[in-house]
Design a protein around this ligand. Structure first.
Ligand SMILES: [Zn+2]
Length: 283
């Protein structure tokens, strides 16, 4: 009988121990995120001359939109072929140094999430942009997993991510093209289209930015997974931007919150929008 009590006692202790370890790990993850490996080795680059060079960066150190990243690759490759762009796709941060970044006309954060770059690489990227480099951010690259990189969230993107709807997570919406956009952006006036996506909610309207695309915020259900996110679309309201541009130093930045799933990439108007966005940023 004594043996049975012993076994039960040790089992309870074991379960409690595991519970505390997992709880501690969870709190650590929420506060600091899991340790990220930072690649510092510079890649060998053979960049084609006389063609715009584009760096497609898909490293993920937080949520990975794997299907979307995979689906985007052949589409971007096809676009590059058609437009005579040189494409360099990587999931390694080693290329984020001043010298090699300066070889690129555009850096795309293709659903790149989390603290993907170390301090030095962040500084090199910031310098690249303010000196006239260009940036295109897609979907996950605008979420709050970059929250420890203040310049990236506040200055580059210009809006702080709150959450995305979860009830349901994916919703249909009509994409409106902002008619107030500068006349030089007429190439984007492709007309309205419908899309199903995960519509990010930000705490505010993007600062110092020009909106390119928006949806009617009153026509989506914005509730997130936390109680304080119930029915909240915060500062976005009815006019809910989903793509905007802004000048950052001498550089151009374009961000779109679209692009969660592979289905979005299969949508021709979205492909056209990305193609036009790339053309605009490297013009
Ligand atoms: Zn997503």
């Amino acid at each position: 009988m004594k043996k049975v009590f012993k076994i039960i006692g040790w089992s309870i202790l074991g379960i409690l121990g595991a519970f505390f370890i997992l709880g501690g790990l969870f709190i650590y993850k929420v506060k600091n995120g899991f340790p990220v490996f930072y690649e510092t080795e510079r890649p060998t680059l053979f960049i084609a001359k006389n063609r715009p060079a584009i760096l497609v960066f898909s490293k993920t150190a937080s949520f990975r939109h794997g299907e979307s990243i995979e689906a985007s690759s052949p589409i971007l490759t096809e676009m590059a072929k058609k437009n005579q762009w040189f494409l360099y796709e990587t999931e390694s941060g080693g290329v984020f140094n001043e010298e090699q970044l300066s070889l690129f006309d555009l850096v795309i954060f293709n659903n790149s999430t989390g603290p993907v770059l170390n301090d030095e690489q962040q500084k090199a990227f910031q310098k690249y942009i303010t000196n006239g480099g260009n940036f295109l951010g897609i979907h996950g690259s605008g979420d709050d997993s970059h929250r420890k990189w203040e310049w990236y969230q506040k200055t580059l993107l210009g809006a702080k991510f709150s959450h995305h709807p979860l009830n349901p997570q994916f919703q249909n919406a009509k994409i409106h093209v902002e008619a107030r956009a500068d006349s030089s952006f007429k190439s984007w006036l492709v007309g309205e289209w419908n899309a199903k996506d995960e519509w990010y909610v930000f705490y505010e309207q993007p600062k110092d930015a020009k909106v390119l695309l928006y949806i009617d915020g009153d026509k989506i259900l914005p509730s997130g997974n936390m109680l304080w996110m119930k029915d909240k679309n915060f500062g976005m309201g009815k006019y809910h931007p989903i793509a905007w541009i802004k000048k950052v130093g001498k550089g151009n930045m374009l961000y779109t919150s679209m692009g969660h799933s592979k289905e979005v990439w299969e949508n021709k108007p979205f492909q056209d929008f990305i193609e036009k966005s790339i053309s605009w940023t490297i013009k």
